[in-house]
Write a protein that binds this ligand. Sequence first.
Ligand code: SF4
Length: 525
Amino acid sequence: MALVCLRALPDDVVQLDRAVVLSHAKQVLPDVVSVGDPTDGLYPLKDETGESVGWAISTLPQAQKIQGYSGPSELLVIFDKDRKVKAVKFLASSDTDGHVEKVRRDGKFWSQWNGKSESSLGAAVSPIVVSGATLTSEAMARGVAARFGAEGMDQWFPAPLAMADVKKWFPDGDRISSNKNEGFYGVWKGKESMGTVLRSSRMGVSARGYNGTSDVIVALDRDGKKVLGIGFLGSRDNEPYVSSVKEEVKYADGFAGKSVKEILLEDTWVSPSLFTSGASYTNHAVVESVREMLSRHITDEKKGGFSWKSALAISWILLGVFFGISKAGGKKSIRYGFAVVSVAAGVGLGWMVSQDQLLGWGANGFGAGAILPLVVLTAAALMVPAFTGKNVYCNRICPHGAAQTLAGGLVKKRFHLPSKLHAMLVRLPWATLVVIWLLALMGSGLPFAYFEPFETWSSGFVAFIPAAIFTIGLVAAFFLPQAYCHYGCPTGAMLRFLTQSPSSWTRRDTIAGVLILVVSLYVFL
Ligand code: SF4
């Protein structure tokens, strides 16, 4: 139900505060006394007789993806009755306060649309921007154009990737092809693959330096395992920092020749691959972008078709389900033996059920590109407990649970928390689960992978928080049986909740089914 609600987070419906619209409208259309019901986001502005004397519309949701320095802005476009712009007004912004304030004070910026017809607003002409707040003002102006149909306004680096941009790594290459995933390119010599290029602006990777993002490319060898080098296609960050970093990359590309895995382990603030004195933020943003692109590249590689790896993974999952529901799985030797298999699967595959993954699928759908074994794993984790009352994922399959089982088996003396402390701590996973889902439903956009240790299994000890939860949980498991499972894991809490199902269809299931149907109809129709 909650997953369906996540899908329902509005992305094309913007409700405006009519009192705010009215107060803005009155400033330029004094006859307006009320704001009517919107059609396609366009609010009629009515006079005393109920006649429409103008219209108002927000630049959202189209402007949502267009970020200035640190976030999108929302403007209100007010038309007269001939659908000519009467005024464009500021509504809200998540951009940096100082820049927003500068734009708000600039009359020339706000009057640039006055008198224009609605049909001309979607033209992607160069807008008047505010000096000292260029990114914020340009993002706002792009938002207006996007609202009225201009394409690609969220694209700050519109030029396509050209052969000349990658020639230095692929001197024999003669053509570039786009991969099915945006931002992934293949470089070819005839029919022979030369390598891969990743492009940050097309992958939606936007690590910010001092004041803006850079369009960074990463060239990989034909196996996709070694980095040939990185380059800049453009930058909106501040000078002279960008130039310093560009020079550094041009003459001493520290990424060149390193393996993808090696770079993924680097600290983005003190990277041995790139160090530019006096330009630490730009430097950090470039390293962060490179790392993010490489991490997506690795995930993409893992999504390849049905392979022996997928076959092994599905066998592991099915065996885990079997041991989880059969009596044979209860034997100590099988429990420990299969725990070793699960830990090996976790290390080798890195596929785990997690809140971050479930929320991501809930919000975006998992699509045809999802890894099949991960879909099977998630289905087994969610559906088996609902139908059998047995939490097979936690009991047999989860690599992190299995690692704790093995850790516990190595130490004879076990501790137990005082009952009061235990009673208090067992609530933690539930509280975390509720917090995560509330934040998700509020559209917070937080990286939910940071609430759990599972990311560490796939990307190693890269992100500090998951790595810390991973380490503390496993060390604690030597002394407290399944410590993290009992006192920390929100996914475990969710799966335990599913085991409460009475294994047959009840009136509650009917009510839940109807609610899901209603929300689904609301979302999708
Ligand atoms: S409670 Fe969490 S860590 Fe433990 S087995 Fe279940 S999902 Fe894995």
